[in-house]
Design a protein. Structure first.
Ligand code: FAD
Length: 536
């Protein structure tokens, strides 16, 4: 082999060999595997990329980056580690859009999933033929008119959108931002304004192909290998690497009516939100999307998440914010096709008549389906051009029970945030229906029995020298919740002790999580950056 490959393999194995003097089996085994050793690289640029993420707060250096060109390569890599006397750590990296090093592997191997990315399968000779698929749309014979897409875990949601639209179809559940991978969002949950109606992205999945921590390639679903299927969905990368997901599709609409309404009273705002997501009746008249934002003195009216309010109204809105210190913005959307524009206009009108926003503070846009779903991209490109996309992002995302959301408003939006006066970036607050989540899956939501809970997201951007102030604010928010006994859960969680993780999952779910870990990744190889089982 070329010298650099030996060098990389030595870097991976030496620390482990030192701790296991005499056990040379791993080294022999490692060097024998020529096929994959050529795909292990350690050039400084690749290592640096794999040691940073969107958060820009945690930096863990891997020994090597693995660039697979087939699913078999991933199988070989994981087997190699699993069968070694001392296994090495492996983290799949999608887009690295985590904020706390979740896709990193200190002294281990980061699998750069991007290597597998292509739109259509062009590798029919692969052993897992037709399963390393890129993106392919199928008619589902079992469901009559149903359709699904088979999509590689490495693919981006934006590419899934464009590809499925070619067939007039699209998935129903989204994230706000589409340049994330299927594997990355399914390892968390995948939430947005569609979740109240269609569930998180993990609930639209019919089937998965997974490479487990033993290096086994397994196809799983609710019917077959259901422990693996339920474990992987929301499983923070702990049980296997997702190489294919089968995702349900529906006919795609052409246009979207997009509305924002301003409120000064939080209880009126949340009452309207809850009423809208609980509306029964005609499926076609229900909303397709609902979110909400907090507007404060500290932040601009428009931000990278979407530029919506007309410039001519900025002054008017800002004076209202100054008057009330905090405003709340309800955001809703309804899909339609060209022929149904009149109907949708009437439905929105009726809907608005029943809402209690501040009169005169009602804004509407009429956009294409793609423009709506991809609404964050233009903000991203603008920030990138100003060098402001790669700054630190000390984010905090939480789920809050409905019964405590008013207390949260008083203690956090009205007190902590006002006192510290540092918030920059969007602050989201929107409700979702519990019955759209599947409790058998690993994703974790508040334990109580309430029908609704809220997603709250502080999507901060900070400078390199002041991110700790945001982190301190995040800690104060969590302390407030703990003292007030608000039974919250973190979304995109990050903890560093097993006690905290046990609390996060709760005793029952943690027991299942442990059992699944022992079954599918008993040597604790996968996704060490989550710090659940590898927290040194
Ligand atoms: P990575 O950061 O690369 O990986 C995340 C975790 O998943 C790691 O532990 C990794 O090892 C594991 N992993 C990655 N690929 C695989 C795989 N194929 N199989 C198994 N495990 C894997 N989230 C929402 O729910 N809704 C939103 O609206 C939303 N908006 C966002 C907007 C922005 C600008 C950003 C930066 C993030 C947003 N997120 C949102 C969070 C995002 O969904 C998560 O951070 C997600 O993990 C990012 O996907 P990724 O491909 O970058 O994953």
């Amino acid at each position: 082999y070329p010298f650099p490959i030996y060098f990389i393999l030595l870097i991976i194995t030496i620390p482990r060999l030192i701790s296991t003097v005499g056990k040379t089996e791993q080294w022999k085994f490692t060097t024998k595997n020529s096929n994959i050793s050529q795909k292990l690289i350690n050039d400084p640029k690749a290592i640096e990329l794999a040691s940073s993420d969107y958060g820009n707060l945690v930096h863990e250096f891997p020994a090597a980056v693995f660039q697979p060109s087939t699913v078999n390569d991933i199988v070989s890599l994981v087997k190699l580690s699993y069968n070694s006397s001392v296994p090495f750590l492996i983290a799949a990296r999608g887009q690295g859009h985590s904020t706390r090093g979740q896709a990193m592997a200190r002294d281990g191997v980061v699998v750069d999933m991007k290597g597998l990315r292509r739109l259509k399968n062009n590798n029919k000779n692969n052993e897992h033929n037709n399963k390393n698929v890129g993106i392919e749309v199928f008619e589902d014979p079992k469901v009559g008119f149903g359709y699904y897409v088979d999509v590689g875990g490495e693919q981006l949601w934006i590419d899934v959108l464009y590809e499925t639209l070619e067939y007039g179809l699209a998935p129903v559940s989204w994230t706000d931002y589409l340049y994330l991978t299927i594997g990355g969002t399914l390892s968390n949950a995948g939430i947005s304004g569609q979740t109240f109606r269609y569930g998180p992205q993990i609930t639209s999945v019919h089937q998965l192909d997974v490479v487990t921590g033993k290096g086994e390639f397994v196809t799983c679903s609710k019917q077959n290998n259901s422990e693996l299927f339920n474990g992987v969905l929301g499983g923070l990368g702990q049980f296997g690497i997702i190489t294919r997901a089968r995702i349900a599709l529906e006919p795609a609409p052409k246009r979207v009516k997009w509305v924002r309404l301003l409120y000064s009273d939080f209880s009126v705002f949340t009452k309207d939100q809850e009423r809208l997501i609980s509306m029964k009746g005609n499926k076609n008249s229900a909303l397709d999307y609902l979110e909400g934002m907090v507007l404060m003195n500290q932040g601009p009216i428009n931000n990278w998440r979407s530029s919506f309010f007309p410039l001519t109204d900025h002054h008017r809105i800002l004076s209202l914010v100054t008057q009330h210190t905090v405003l709340y913005c309800l955001e809703i959307a309804k899909y339609y096709d060209y022929h149904s524009e009149n109907n949708v206009n009437k439905e929105i009108q009726v809907l608005l008549q029943g809402l209690n926003y501040i009169p005169g503070f009602h804004y509407e846009k009429n956009v294409s389906f793609v423009e709506f779903l991809n609404r964050v991209r233009s903000g991203e490109l603008k920030l990138q051009s100003q060098g402001l996309w790669d700054v630190p992002h000390p984010w905090l995302n939480m789920f809050i029970p409905k019964s405590r959301i008013l207390d949260f408003n008083l203690g956090v939006f009205k007190k902590i945030i006002q006192k510290r006066n540092i918030t920059t970036g969007p602050v989201l607050v929107y409700p979702m229906n519990r019955n759209k989540w599947d409790n058998e899956m690993s994703a974790t939501i508040p334990d109580d029995e309430e029908d609704i809970f809220y997603a709250v997201g502080f999507l901060h951007s900070s400078g390199f020298d002041n991110w700790k102030a945001f982190d301190a604010q995040n800690k104060e928010i969590l302390q407030f919740c703990n003292h007030a006994k608000i039974n919250y859960k973190l979304y995109l969680p990050h903890y560093s002790t097993q006690e905290e993780w046990t609390n996060h999952f709760g005793p029952k779910k943690w027991k299942t999580f442990l059992q699944r870990k022992n079954e599918f990744d008993p040597r604790m190889i996968l996704s060490p950056g989550q710090r659940i089982f590898n927290n040194n």
